[in-house]
Design a binder for this molecule. Structure first.
Ligand SMILES: [Zn+2]
Length: 276
């Protein structure tokens, strides 16, 4: 598809993206009054009303409250495990023996972007590295180790770099507010912004934020395909790399056109491929 057309698609508008904080729209939640390490939380509650919206902070923080997502999640885990075992009897016994994921997913930490759920896949299908704004620093040990392990040892078939609409990290990089530790983390995004400033300034704030999401995915793909393990896997066994943008407002993934010219691929192989 023509990726330059994405910015103009209504479904891909990052509503209020520029106004959001670096870590999302709910960054001002109060500190829970229960011990963060407590394991004695009661999971029982008799007053739960399914679907009741916007619980108060005091209700959310009450130990064992059904409005508290941690308590609810622990309780629901038992049902999930039982239902999954019933629907897929071989899944857990197979996973207990090891993993053979076909996909390496490099995405944003944003809570609205659960990769396995949005793909409709199961545990064991996706090997994952997520960080704020799905930024791939070339020298980052964490993402580098994940990529190398997934490609060389798990031998995944697909590597995905996925950005998303309304990304708080992208919104932060589009602004000029000091953010402490996030500033060095977001530096590659600001560098992409610098290199594409005339284009970004020609767009509306929403379109510019979405364009930076796309450019950041392309930058991440460039970093991934500068790694020798990835280049070797592309050449030797047809490893595929993909760029995606996830629309948090619709749940729909869009694939970017990342076709590379022969000349560009050849230059990449010459410059970055090393032998064992
Ligand atoms: Zn994000």
């Amino acid at each position: 598809m023509n990726v330059t057309g994405l910015a103009g698609r209504p479904g891909f508008m990052a509503r209020n993206a520029v106004a959001r904080s670096a870590v999302g729209p709910r960054s001002s939640l109060p500190v829970p009054r229960v011990s963060p390490f407590s394991t004695s939380t009661s999971l029982s509650c008799v007053n739960h009303k399914p679907g009741s919206a916007n619980p108060s902070d005091s209700e959310t923080n009450r130990p064992g409250s059904l409005a508290d997502k941690y308590s609810a999640g622990l309780r629901q885990n038992k049902d999930w495990a039982a239902n999954t075992a019933r629907d897929h009897p071989d899944l857990f016994p197979t996973l207990a023996t090891g993993q053979q994921p076909q996909i390496l997913w490099l995405g944003c930490s944003d809570s609205r972007c659960p990769e396995t759920s949005m793909l409709g896949l199961q545990p064991g299908d996706v090997f994952v590295h997520r960080n704020i704004a799905n930024i791939l620093h070339p020298g980052d040990l964490s993402s580098g180790a994940v990529i190398e392990y997934a490609v060389k040892h798990l031998r995944v078939k697909h590597v995905v770099v996925c950005g998303h609409t309304s990304c708080g990290g992208v919104a932060a990089a589009m602004g000029n507010k000091e953010l402490g530790i996030l500033d060095p983390w977001l530096l590659p995004l600001r560098q992409v912004r610098e290199r594409n400033l005339p284009l970004l300034q020609s767009l509306s704030p929403e379109e510019a934020a979405l364009k930076l999401v796309e450019l950041n995915v392309r930058e991440g793909l460039s970093v991934v395909t500068q790694k020798s393990a990835v280049l070797n896997a592309i050449q030797e066994r047809g490893l595929q790399v993909h760029g995606l943008i996830y629309d948090v407002g619709s749940g729909v993934l869009r694939e970017l056109d990342i076709q590379e010219t022969e000349e560009s691929l050849r230059a990449r192989l010459v410059a970055f491929k090393t032998d064992n």
